[in-house]
Design a protein around this ligand. Structure first.
Ligand SMILES: Cc1cc2nc3c(=O)[nH]c(=O)nc-3n(C[C@H](O)[C@H](O)[C@H](O)COP(=O)(O)OP(=O)(O)OC[C@H]3O[C@@H](n4cnc5c(N)ncnc54)[C@H](O)[C@@H]3O)c2cc1C
Length: 466
C-alpha cells in the first residue's frame, strides 16, 4: 500500500491507530492454528464507531478489500489477509458502555475481551455464559461473528442466544444501530441474526447488547468413568433428569485423551481409576434454595445403581472443581505434545454420537491402522472434536499425506448421520470448499445473494466462507 493511502487512513482514524505490520506485531498476522503468516497492506485499529464508519466509507469508495479481526484466535483462517487487503482490528473498540442490571443486559464494544466482560458481569451479580478456552484473548466481536459455542451451550445456548442487539458498520460505512435490550421485538426481520456467525462477510460489528443471566450461586462438578460410548447417552439423560434443569455442561473425554493429558501435565493427577470413557459435567444454580450437591449425588447414586458408571468423583470445593476442569482445558495442549494432529470440529444429533464414534474409528483405521483417535468434546450438544494423533511409528510428512483422505471419510460419515462439518469454529478459508460440497445449491445461492446485498463490490472477507 502506498504511503498516500496510509496518510489518508491516518487522517481518518489518527496516526496512532495505524499499525505497520512487522515482526513485533505477529499477533495480528500469524494464524493461531497453522502458524500461517499474513502480509496485509496495513492494519488499522479505530477506537470509536464513527471513525470505523469513516474508514469503511473510504475503503468502499476506493474499492479496498477489508479483513475484520478481533483477538485473532479463530481456528479456520478467517483473519488471513493478502497483501492488497487492510486488516481492520477492533482491539481498540474496547469500552464497556453500560450495564443495565435490571434489564439483564450489558452494552460493550466489539473489541472487549470475553474474560473481561464475564468479570464485569460477575461484579454486578450477573453472568455472561459464553465460555471457551480462548476467553482470555478472544473478543466479543469475534464470538459474535463466529457464533462461538464452548462449554455452557447445553444450558445457555451459543453466542446467538446470548445477544439482545448489535451495532454494526456496513461495507459502505452505514452504521446500523440496533443495540436494543429487549427480550421481545417482533418488528419484521431480525437483522442482527444475519451478522451473528457471518464471519465478517456482511459488516463489522462495533458493539453489542449482551443478554446476561443471573449469576450462579453454587456449582458442583462430577467426573465419572464408564466403559461403553453408548452409556454416555444414558448418563446424559439421567443427569438432565436429576439436575432439575441445572445441568450446565456435559463433556466427553476418551481414555486416550485422558491418559495423554495426565502424561503431559504434571500438575494434574488421576482422580478416578482408568476407564474407557469419562464424562465431566457441571451442575450450577442461581437459586438459594437448590442444593446442587444433592442433585449431583442423586445422579451418581442412580447411575451406579444402573451400573452405568465404573467410578466417579464429585467436587467438594471450588479448588477441587477447578482441578477437574483443568483436565478438560489441558486436553488440547497435551495432544500437541504428541506430535501432529488431524482435527475435526463436527456435530451430529446427540443420539447418533455413539454411531459416529464407532464408525469413524473403524473407517479411519482402514486408511491408517496405527492412527491414534483422540475424541473429546461437548457431548451435550452432539459436538465432538474428533481429532487424531500421529502414529508413534510414523513421520509427520507420511501422516499429513493422508489428511484429506481422512477428512473425506469423516465428513462423509457426518453427512450420512445428518450432522455438520463445522459445529463451532465456522468456515473461514479452510472449510470453504467443504461448505460448497455439503450445502445444497439453493442454500449457497441464497447466501451469495445476501452477501451481494451487504457487500456489492466484494470487499469484505474476499475468498472466505462462501
Ligand atoms: C484455545 C482455543 C479454544 C477455543 N475454543 C472454542 C470453543 O470452545 N468454542 C468455539 O466456538 N470456538 C472456540 N475457539 C475458536 C473461536 O472461534 C474463537 O476463539 C473466537 O470465537 C474468535 O474470537 P476472536 O476475537 O479471536 O476472533 P478472530 O479470530 O479475530 O476472528 C474470527 C472471525 O470473526 C471475524 N470477526 C472478528 N471480529 C469481528 C467483528 N467485530 N466484526 C465482524 N467480523 C469479525 C473475523 O474476520 C474472522 O472471520 C477456540 C479457539 C482457541 C484458540
Amino acid at each position: 500500500m502506498n504511503s498516500r493511502i496510509a496518510t489518508d487512513i491516518g487522517n481518518i482514524i489518527g496516526d496512532k491507530n495505524i499499525i505497520v505490520p512487522n515482526t513485533d506485531n505477529n499477533d495480528f498476522t500469524i494464524d493461531r492454528r497453522q502458524k500461517r503468516q499474513s502480509f496485509p497492506a496495513l492494519i488499522a485499529s479505530p477506537d470509536n464507531t464513527a471513525d470505523l464508519s469513516k474508514l469503511l466509507t473510504y475503503c468502499y469508495k476506493n474499492k479496498f478489500r477489508v479483513v475484520p479481526q478481533g483477538g485473532n484466535t479463530g481456528l479456520v483462517g478467517g483473519t488471513l489477509a493478502a497483501s492488497n487487503e487492510i486488516i481492520i482490528s477492533t482491539r481498540r473498540l474496547n469500552k464497556i458502555r453500560a450495564i443495565h442490571k435490571l434489564d439483564y443486559s450489558m452494552i460493550v464494544e466489539s473489541g472487549c475481551i470475553l474474560a473481561d466482560v464475564q468479570a464485569q458481569a460477575n461484579r454486578n451479580d450477573r453472568f455472561f455464559p459464553v465460555s471457551l478456552g480462548a476467553e482470555g484473548s478472544c473478543t466479543i466481536g469475534g464470538i459474535i461473528s463466529t457464533n462461538a459455542g464452548g462449554i455452557n451451550v447445553l444450558r445457555y445456548g451459543n453466542t446467538r442466544q446470548n445477544i439482545h442487539g448489535i451495532e454494526v458498520v456496513l461495507a459502505d460505512g452505514t452504521i446500523i444501530h440496533s443495540l436494543n435490550r429487549l427480550g421481545k421485538d417482533n418488528t419484521g426481520y431480525d437483522l442482527k441474526q444475519l451478522f451473528i456467525g457471518a464471519e465478517g462477510t456482511l459488516g463489522i460489528v462495533s458493539a453489542a447488547a449482551l443478554k446476561l443471566s443471573p449469576a450462579p450461586l453454587s456449582t458442583v462438578s462430577v467426573l465419572c468413568g464408564f466403559s461403553r460410548i453408548e452409556q454416555s447417552l444414558e448418563l446424559l439423560e439421567l443427569a438432565q433428569l436429576y439436575s432439575s434443569n441445572q445441568l450446565t455442561s456435559f463433556e466427553l473425554i476418551s481414555s486416550v485423551a485422558m491418559d495423554n493429558t495426565l502424561k503431559h501435565t504434571p500438575s494434574i493427577s488421576r482422580v478416578i481409576p482408568a476407564c474407557s470413557w469419562y464424562a465431566l459435567c457441571q451442575f450450577s444454580t442461581s437459586s438459594p434454595v437448590i442444593d446442587v450437591s444433592s442433585l449431583a449425588e442423586n445422579f451418581l447414586e442412580t447411575a451406579a445403581d444402573k451400573q452405568l458408571i465404573k467410578d466417579a468423583v464429585l467436587s467438594r470445593s471450588i479448588s477441587q472443581e477447578n482441578g477437574l476442569w483443568k483436565i478438560r482445558e489441558a486436553l488440547v495442549t497435551a495432544q500437541r505434545l504428541e506430535g501432529e494432529s488431524i482435527k475435526h470440529d463436527i456435530a451430529v444429533p446427540i443420539s447418533k454420537v455413539p454411531e459416529l464414534v464407532r464408525t469413524v474409528d473403524r473407517e479411519v483405521k482402514k486408511i491408517m491402522p496405527s492412527i491414534r483417535p483422540y475424541p473429546f468434546g461437548h457431548l451435550g450438544d452432539g459436538n465432538i472434536h474428533y481429532n487424531f494423533s500421529q502414529p508413534t511409528d510414523m513421520d509427520a510428512i507420511t501422516f499429513r499425506a493422508k489428511e484429506s483422505a481422512i477428512h473425506n471419510v469423516v465428513y462423509n460419515i457426518v453427512d450420512k448421520l445428518d450432522g455438520t462439518i463445522s459445529a463451532e469454529h465456522g468456515i473461514g478459508t479452510d472449510k470453504k470448499a467443504l461448505l460448497a460440497q455439503y450445502k445444497s445449491t439453493a442454500d449457497l445461492d441464497l447466501m451469495r445473494a445476501i452477501r451481494r446485498v451487504f457487500d456489492p463490490h466484494s470487499q469484505l472477507q474476499v475468498g472466505k466462507l462462501v
